[in-house]
Design a protein around this ligand. Structure first.
Ligand code: NAX
Ligand code: K
Length: 513
């Protein structure tokens, strides 16, 4: 598992480490690790020139020391001091060491055009403007120098792409867009959250000896190795019931495909048994596509309610199906609530007593929050619906809105997107953030497949935070394999789950292809 820690916890660990080490040792470790990565990237790219953008704090200090090491290694290095007071406001010892090692020092205020031209010559650019002490955004001079970076240069952010909010709460509009970030001790939340990970690029962690093992993370990301730790593997004493029976209320006369996709995915994920509850057309299709499923109500360990479900559907069969969904929601059984099923959430019946996982995309989350804010249905006389939260609001602050929904419902919220966030209703718990899927997975039916995987995991007894994040990981990795760089279809992802889980479980013997 990759764990990102809060800035205040990093600073406390840094203080503890510094107290136990000779002065300057921590920064030496950081800059040596940074220089090593930079030298490797230069070698890979046959690069010779290094531009270090240097800000006023210790982040600039790390960068100056690293530039000195790279200069000693034979690279042509220029340090551009993007600080209001030039030389006077950068880390003095680091500046002296860099100059001693042959780094040329430039102050853009003296000649901005000449400085920009030099920046444009860097094969590799070290972004050492600000790190975890930074506020979001770049000041004008820093932005001008960042704009001058050549498109082909390898941009290596030092600890954090400058301009990001280190906590990853607010956006990255004015940040350095790095190809790679070399961070120290532990990832920071911005590296793993949607607001920062685009600007972070590849993430490389340099061990500088901080002890954060027992410090709770702010953000966690499951990796391939976590599958073997978390995936429910049956033992000799298990039977189909003990492994977990998943009830699926999905599909209807309008949306038949969602039922097949979610039930197929559940079967591929190894559900002990699937009980499907649908209307006649999807029932016939599920019988044909997934002969393993049984039909009708019965004892389950968890319910998946909602893929392709139309809560406004008329007719006896639809009403009977919706009755099962409502009874399940009112029960004390674990529930995954997806897509149309989210419309069944009754604000008067929250929180549910049993584990509950909501799996909206941004538009569904906006609609649900708006409805919960105004349960009677806020309407404007001229414009009709007036949602209090829009899809754009959620896309602008996905984490904040996922937290809001988790707090409002007492449920775990899995917010789908290119990065999938899973937020526990205990907001102090780490957020899970998974970014495993190729963009090809943005295709109709992909969410139905995910719901079948997480439903199966919930039925097997995993808690919603684990079921959601493990499901998102496996769904994303499967999509990556199925895509192999090209288009994919949701049904192929569903069929790819079995071999993907098999290979992930076998890791250690053989990595997934
Ligand atoms: N915490 C750790 O474990 C370690 C930290 N180190 C380095 O130290 C860094 C943190 O150093 P500092 O606390 O000195 O902070 P930074 O170097 O991140 O930046 C702080 C300085 O930048 C200014 N500043 C903040 N936001 C700005 C903005 N948007 N525009 C312009 N100026 C801005 C501040 O006023 C302050 O002077 C880390 O990111 C890392 O690079 C390493 O040296 C070693 C270990
Ligand atoms: K930086």
């Amino acid at each position: 598992m990759i764990r990102a820690h809060r800035v205040e916890d990093v600073r406390a660990a840094e203080a503890a480490a510094m107290a136990a080490l000779p002065e300057g040792e921590l920064m030496a470790r950081a800059s040596e690790g940074l220089a090593e990565v930079a030298a490797a990237r230069l070698a890979e790219r046959d690069g010779r020139t290094v531009v270090a953008l240097v800000g006023p704090g210790n982040n600039g200090g790390d960068t100056l020391y690293a530039a000195g090491l790279l200069s000693e290694a034979g690279f042509a290095c220029v340090a551009v001091l993007v600080t209001p007071a030039g030389r006077a406001s950068v880390h003095a010892e680091a500046l002296a060491a860099a100059e001693e090692a042959g780094v040329a020092v430039v102050v853009p205020a003296d000649d901005p055009a000449a400085a920009a031209a030099l920046v444009g010559e860097g094969d590799l650019v070290l972004d050492g403007i600000v790190g975890i002490g930074g506020r979001p955004g770049l000041h004008d001079e820093a932005a001008r120098m960042v704009d001058a970076i050549d498109d082909d240069a390898w941009v290596l952010a030092v600890d954090l792409a400058s301009g990001l909010d280190p906590c990853g709460e607010s956006g990255d509009d004015e940040a350095v867009w790095a190809d790679e970030t070399v961070t120290f001790g532990t990832p920071k939340p911005a590296h793993l959250l949607p607001a920062g990970e685009g600007a972070t690029g590849r993430l490389t962690v340099v061990d500088i000896g901080l002890d954060l093992d027992d410090v709770p993370a702010a953000v966690e990301r499951l990796t391939y190795d976590d599958v073997a730790l978390l995936w429910p593997v049956p033992g000799p004493a298990d039977d189909k019931y003990s492994r977990g029976v998943l009830g699926v209320v999905a599909g209807g006369e309008s949306y038949t495909g969602a039922a097949i996709l979610s039930v197929t995915a559940a079967a591929e994920s190894g559900a002990g048994m699937i009980r499907y509850v649908g209307t006649p057309t999807p029932t016939g299709l599920v019988r044909a596509a997934v002969p393993e499923a049984v039909h009708g109500e019965g004892r389950v360990q968890a319910w998946l309610i909602g893929p392709g479900l139309d809560v406004s559907a008329e007719g006896e069969a639809a009403r009977a199906q919706l009755d099962v969904a409502r009874t399940a929601l009112a029960s004390d059984e674990p529930v995954v609530l997806d897509a149309g099923g989210l419309d069944l959430l009754d604000p008067g019946a929250l929180p549910r007593t049993a584990p509950t996982l909501l799996t909206p995309h941004a538009g569904e989350l906006a609609r649900l929050l708006s409805r919960l804010d105004a349960p009677s249905g806020a309407r404007d006389a001229t414009t009709g619906e007036t949602p209090s939260v829009t899809r754009a609001d959620v896309e602008g602050d996905p984490l904040g809105h996922a937290r809001r929904l988790a707090a409002r419902t007492g449920a775990t919220v899995l917010l789908k997107g290119s990065t999938t966030l899973v937020v526990d209703p205990d907001l102090a718990a780490p957020v899970r953030s998974q970014a495993d899927a190729p963009a090809w997975l943005a295709t109709a039916g992909a969410g139905d497949v995910l719901s079948g995987v997480v439903g199966t995991l919930l039925a097997s007894g995993l808690k919603p935070l684990d079921a959601g994040s493990l499901g998102a990981l496996v769904h994303g990795v499967t999509a990556d394999r199925v895509s192999a760089g090209g288009p994919l279809r949701a049904l192929a992802v569903a069929h790819g789950i079995r071999p993907t889980v098999r290979d992930l479980l076998a890791r250690g013997r053989s990595a997934p292809e």
